[in-house]
Design a protein around this ligand. Sequence first.
Ligand code: CA
Length: 453
Amino acid sequence: MSEFFNQISRRKFIVTAGVSAGAVLLKGCLENPPEPGGIAQAKQAEAVKLTPEITPETTTVKLGYIPIVEAAPLIIAQELGFFKRWGMTNVQLAKQASWGSMRDNTEIGSAGGGVDGGQYQMPMPHLMTEGLITKGNTKIPMYVLAQLNTQGNGIAIANKHAGKEIGLDLAKGGKIVFDQLKSTKNPFTAAFTFGKVNQEFWLRYWLAAGGINPDTDVKLIPVSAAQTVANMRTGTMDAFSTGDPWPYRIVKDKIGFLAVLTSEMWKNHPEEYFAMKAEWVDTHPKATKAILKAIMEAQQWLDNFENREAAAAILGRRNYFNLTPTFLKDSLQGNYDMGNGRVINDKSMAVLYWKDERGSVSYPYKSHDLWFLTESIRWGFLPPEYLNKAKDLIDRVNKENIWREAAKEAGIMEADIPTNTSRGLETFFDGVTFDPENPTAYLKSLKIKKVNI
Ligand code: CA
């Protein structure tokens, strides 16, 4: 067991890493709290002795990310030297202007000035593999390799709707706002930054659970994050489905309030994923595992809440989120001022990266891929025949076996390596259940849906 030190300006915290077996026991110890806006300077983690079996085929890779808390494992792996530690000495993290750019830059790959993989909403990798969201419907085979995080997202509502009982359960009173607006020429308008993925799914699930048909009772549109905030301020937009730190900014700037956290809708839900182009992974299997080991170590570091103040300082850096750490540190601790008098202060509701109450966060359960594909069928984003095609598509895209191999090589303890590709039965806030063994039953049980089933 050896130690390395990270310095956040003049503050020190200690990370203990088991270098011999690669097992990581990370203990953060913050001697002094970081100054707001402090520039973090982290020393590098100690390198692992690279035997031929684990020496990566290349030291270079380019990974794209969007500046929201989902990207934290990539940024921490870079800044604390976890990538370097496993031999990936030239990892470039490329901040993407939008999810559309992330998709397009994946398509062209690093050789063309794009990226080899990185952070994705779901089921982007599956849709790209099928050529459903790429230019000219080109099939870009992708591999899902790890989940980056759970939770850390929410639905923000413009302040003009304050005091109208728009909360978790819309049937309790908030629904009337939607009904009234529907009868005018300006139905309730809600935005997300990219359609047919997580953000739209959370919004649609929440609305439908409250008796509101997202296809006929409201207007859902993709809008850039900055534009949405501007539109909510002027009152032309009613809601915004997004991830931290945006909800905090909306509340602190008094633009709106948080109706619901995604952790309230579906605790420990699947969120964003680490995926790469299949071609890159097939060419560089050891480098892929080196990247995964670094991400796993970063995820463990992040889930030590004593490290989260330091994490806020690192993520806030100009080249990453370009935010003072104040915008991040409360939500990273599970402390949410919802902006309507409600406060949630519960670490189990915060963004989590390594483990949650259901088990592994990092491990990419195939049952969660299936939920995203099933939900795509529910809303007509995928034709119903995908109920039969889902298993084959998931088997082609989800490479949980590579995650397992990397975890073993990194010395992750057995208890943290799931033995089943299904997380089992999932239960939503409205009592609806999703049994991965029977997605058709889930679709049948839903009152509001587009698919005829
Ligand atoms: Ca998200």
